[in-house]
Design a protein around this ligand. Sequence first.
Ligand SMILES: [Ca+2]
Length: 287
Amino acid sequence: MNFRKLLPMLILPLIVSCGEVKSDNTSKTTGDNKTVETTTGGKTDTKTDDSAVTTPEQSDSGNTQDSGDDTVISEIGPGSDKESESEKESGSEQGGDSSKVDESTPFLMEAEYTNLDEKSGAGYSGGADGWAMIGEDIYDAGASNGYYVTYLYKNNLSLDFFFQSDKEVKGANLILRLTSEIKDVILTTDIYTITVNDVAVKFNQISLLGASTSDSEEYMRPFSNHTISNIDLKEGENSIKLITTNTEGMGGTMYSTAPVVDCITIEKYGDATLSWNPRTDNLDHFE
Ligand SMILES: [Ca+2]
């Protein structure tokens, strides 16, 4: 194990909640290590494995068992996220079971760590492909891990999160951490599609108000959390996709209406173990 390569990995899982903000770049990783983040019960493990490089699309439920050194990086507790006003607004009628006691640790997946290799996006002035769709939170909008994904303003463009669960899960919560830029955004199922294992889920209107009004304004609306209840997961490989499904332009070359995506978090998944293969190398380009 190369300690120099391992060191950034030790720092990475300290960023564990959508509600937490990281203002520096210490979670960046270099090199070609495979990273597996696993969350179960009350702890999060991050492991590195020099022996294989696996993209989320290539991974299956069998490859989450890591052969590298087991290192418990940090233990985190549930409930560290604070509901934003807008989340309460959009999530209060979702029928969440507040009486359910579930102390599972929130399982966070950064948008900037998804596989963007085949993605081609559109922005306010021109497009961007692959890792170039990642934005750095230079205006302190509260992006988890300091980065987010934008350029999602194109019909049928999706942001894909692939992960594994060691067992079936019923009634989990999915939390989206989003904002808007250039123009206020109101997401409904008519213009935006969220799928879990390729089945569209219902969600209440998500209002992302207070956006900057121009490309030159040095401001970004703070990210806010939005909860969708009653998500079911299956044993093995799972997917959550955020898909722009409209042609309602927002100005310039933003051909569709879409949010800016910071990360997603799964909560209340019982005693299942969730894991994924974050593409931390996406941030190598920001060194
Ligand atoms: Ca992020």
